[in-house]
Every structure is written in structure tokens, then in C-alpha cells.
Write a protein that binds this ligand. Structure first.
Ligand code: NAD
Ligand code: AHE
Ligand code: ZN
Length: 368
């Protein structure tokens, strides 16, 4: 079949809209009509050329929601008409990683996914005979995609696609880092570096679990009011204080219990670690830094009890946890609508990237 898609031909170039050929689902695969997709900073990161796994030409996008159109042989858990969110972190429930119960990083299809291919090492997209690669196993910048069954979360049918698509990455990443990775307890002090599409969800996750002080840090002063609406109690612009680490320590009687880096800046990762409390502070890296970047701190920071950790997809096990997060949204426990600042047509997708780079949007959502 044909599908309309935004194709990334090479790093640093705008996407172009194409009628791409799409092969049908093979065994264990599912054809999905994507109804809406968010644009995440990670799509920009890969398009920019900073991603060591970035391959071209490819169809980017990993924050979508849609409807099952057709299932391949052997698919048992999904049927045409089911509403789904594609998962860049699948959940096979059989691999060593899934069975460990220690991580959400299912590795069942990670190798082929990282090479832009389906699990049988072939691609389903092509144009004039040229292979177009998949991205993160999801490629939600295409109206139709083929996705492995283990990489689809089945969600309730009354959830609006143009909002819950954001649960495919940003919402789950931010809230999950608080709830699943850090397991922040009520009364804890939390510092959040970067108040974009991820950081604001960390803020609402911290409020949801009953954190005490929720300190937001961003160089963009325009982020303050929305962050307060989402639960931030104190705001610091690093450009307006002598030392951001000291500023957080002063506000938290010795340091934050938990900090979250939601930018992808290795200097800020250091600040986020060093502003946590001696003896027990935990700093969670969420931001994705460019190829070759490294983090550093004095080992004494760790010797004296601080812990440096990371979180991918918020530590969520997608097929199990994503439907619950959709329920939280539908029940009003979490907010999504105010974070979707722009909606676009597929042909205007490059404008979504411009808005993100300019700091003018939180999330842009493409509606097919
Ligand atoms: P975004 O562009 O929406 O937000 C980034 C925010 O950081 C902006 O508000 C910006 O003003 C602020 N900022 C930039 N430099 C700063 C500095 N020096 N100090 C303080 N604030 C600063 O991006 P996003 O969509 O929220 O994504 C954030 C990061 O998280 C990206 O690196 C993205 O790739 C990554 N990410 C990781 C995961 C994961 O699973 N680990 C998932 C999604 C996104
Ligand atoms: N390919 C990059 C790493 C990118 C990365 O860290 N991706 C996150 C999700 S970001 C979503 O917006 C992730 O889940 N990582 C775990 C994984 O297995 O990829 C690089 O640096 O190589
Ligand atoms: Zn993302």
C-alpha cells in the first residue's frame, strides 16, 4: 500500500512529504493507522546528526497513537479496530530483561530496531525501490506503519488520539521517571532541570506523588507560569543566580532528595547531581546528550552518598503501564491538554521543529 510520510533524507535537512510504499505486516507484526503524533526533542536530536544511531533516509517520529488496521500471522493480543500507542521500548515479557523485573529495557528487538529495521532485518518502507528505514521501531511521522505486536500498547477507545499520543513518549518519560524510576516519596524535595515537554511532566509527577518543594530550573523565563500550573513551587533562572547548585541547596536545607536532568546538557547533569543531598540524594538523567559527550564530577560526590542514575521511557513497561497512564489522563489525575501548544498538519511538520528550537512550543502534535 501507499502511505503519506515525512521523510528525513539526511541529517540537518528539512523533512519532505512523500507517498511511500509500505509492505504489509509479516508474522508477529501489525499494520497501524497513525491518527496523531507528537514531535519530541529526540526526533530533532536524531535529525540534527547528533545521534550516533541516526540513520538516513528514515521516517522519524516515536510519539504516536492510532488504530489497528490489519494483523499478521500469529498476532494474538490485538485485532483490527483496537486503539494503540506504539512503543519504542517494547515489552515482550519473555527476554532476560523483562523477566528480571529490574528494568523496562526489553531487548527482544533492540538490535534490529537500532538499525532501522523490523525484527526479520528488513524494512517495510521504500520509495522508487529505495529502502527507507524505520526509526525507534515506531516511525510515527508516517500515516500508516507496521509495528511488532510486542511494541504496541492497547488503550481504551474513548481516549482522544491528539492528546494521548503524547503518552507515547513525553508524558510517560517525565511522570514515569518520578513514579517508576525514582519512586519519589511524599514530602520529598525535588529539583527539575529543564521545563520543556519532559520536565513539565516530571513536575506533574512530583506533585502527583505529594512531593514538598518542587523546584523548576530553566533559562527560558516563559516556562515559569505553566510550570507553576503543573505543581512547581519555586523557579530559578540559572542566569539570574551566581551558582545554581548553591541556590538549590539553600532552598532545600542541604540539597534536593531527587533531581532530574531533562535537557541533555552534560554540564547541567553535573549541577543536577551536585545539588542533591549528601548521604542520600539521587539524580536521574533523562536528557539525551550528543554523540561523544561525557559526564564528570568529583568521585567524592558519590563517595558521600549521592547516586547518579538514568531513566529511559520513564522506567515504564509499555504494554502494562501505558494503558494505566491513559486512564490517569481520562480520570483527570494528570493533565496533557495545556502542554500541547500547537497542532499541525503533516505538511507543516518542519514548522513544529522550528517552534521547538525557538522555545516557542512545549509540544506540537501532527494530526493526520
Ligand atoms: P524541550 O526542548 O522541550 O525542553 C528543554 C528545556 O530545557 C527547555 O525549556 C530549555 O529552555 C531548557 N534548557 C536548555 N538549556 C538549559 C540550561 N542550560 N539550563 C536550564 N534549562 C535549559 O525538550 P524535551 O522534549 O523536554 O526533551 C528534553 C530532553 O529529554 C531531550 O534531551 C530529549 O532528547 C530527552 N528525552 C529523553 C527521554 C528518555 O527516555 N530518557 C525521553 C524523551 C526525551
Ligand atoms: N540513540 C541514542 C540514544 C537515544 C536515547 O537515549 N533514547 C532513549 C529514548 S529518548 C525518547 O525521546 C531511550 O529509550 N534509550 C534506550 C534505548 O535503548 O535506546 C544514542 O546516544 O545512541
Ligand atoms: Zn521522545
Amino acid at each position: 500500500m501507499k502511505t503519506r510520510a515525512a521523510v528525513a533524507w539526511q541529517a540537518g535537512q528539512p523533512l519532505t512529504i512523500e507517498e511511500v510504499d509500505l509492505d504489509g505486516p509479516k508474522a508477529g507484526e501489525v499494520l497501524v493507522e497513525i491518527k496523531a503524533t507528537g514531535i519530541c526533542h529526540t526526533d530533532y536530536y536524531t535529525l540534527s546528526g547528533a545521534d550516533p544511531e541516526g540513520l538516513f533516509p528514515a521516517i522519524l517520529g516515536h510519539e504516536g497513537a492510532g488504530v489497528v488496521v490489519e494483523t499478521g500471522p500469529g498476532v494474538r493480543t490485538l485485532a483490527p479496530g483496537d486503539h494503540v500507542i506504539p512503543l519504542y521500548t517494547p515489552e515482550c515479557r519473555e527476554c532476560k530483561f523483562c523477566l528480571s523485573r529490574k528494568t523496562n529495557l526489553c531487548q527482544a528487538i533492540r538490535t534490529t530496531q537500532g538499525r532501522g529495521l523490523m525484527p526479520d532485518s528488513s524494512a517495510r518502507f521504500s520509495l522508487n525501490g529505495q529502502t527507507i528505514l524505520h526509526y525507534m521501531g515506531t516511525s510515527t511521522f508516517s500515516n500508516y506503519v507496521v509495528v511488532p505486536e510486542i511494541a504496541l500498547a492497547k488503550i481504551r477507545k474513548d481516549a482522544p488520539f491528539d492528546k494521548v499520543c503524547y503518552i507515547g513518549c513525553g508524558v510517560t518519560t517525565g511522570i514515569g521517571a518520578v513514579v517508576f524510576t525514582a519512586k519519589v516519596e511524599a514530602g520529598a524535595n525535588v529539583a527539575v532541570f529543564g521545563l520543556g515537554g519532559i520536565g513539565l511532566n516530571v513536575i506533574q509527577g512530583a506533585r502527583m506523588v505529594g512531593a514538598d518543594r518542587i523546584i523548576g530550573i530553566d533559562i527560558n523565563p516563559a516556562r515559569e507560569s505553566l510550570a507553576r500550573e503543573f505543581g512547581m513551587t519555586h523557579f530559578i533562572n540559572p542566569n539570574e543566580v551566581d551558582n545554581i547548585v548553591d541556590a538549590v541547596i539553600q532552598l532545600t536545607d542541604g540539597g534536593a532528595d531527587y533531581s532530574f536532568e531533562c535537557i541533555g546538557n552534560t554540564q547541567v547533569m553535573r549541577q543536577a547531581l551536585e545539588c542533591t543531598h549528601k548521604g542520600w540524594g539521587r539524580s536521574i538523567i533523562i536528557g539525551v546528550a550528543e554523540a561523544g559527550a561525557e559526564i564528570s564530577t568529583r568521585p567524592f560526590q558519590l563517595v558521600t552518598g549521592r547516586k547518579w542514575e538514568g531513566s529511559a521511557f520513564g522506567g515504564a513497561r509499555g504494554r502494562s503501564d501505558v494503558p494505566k497512564i491513559v486512564d490517569w489522563y481520562m480520570e483527570g489525575k494528570i493533565k496533557i491538554d495545556p502542554l500541547i501548544t500547537h497542532t499541525l498538519k503533516l505538511e507543516d511538520i518542519n514548522e513544529g521543529f522550528r517552534l521547538m528550537k525557538a522555545g516557542e512550543s512545549i509540544r506540537s502534535v501532527v494530526i493526520y
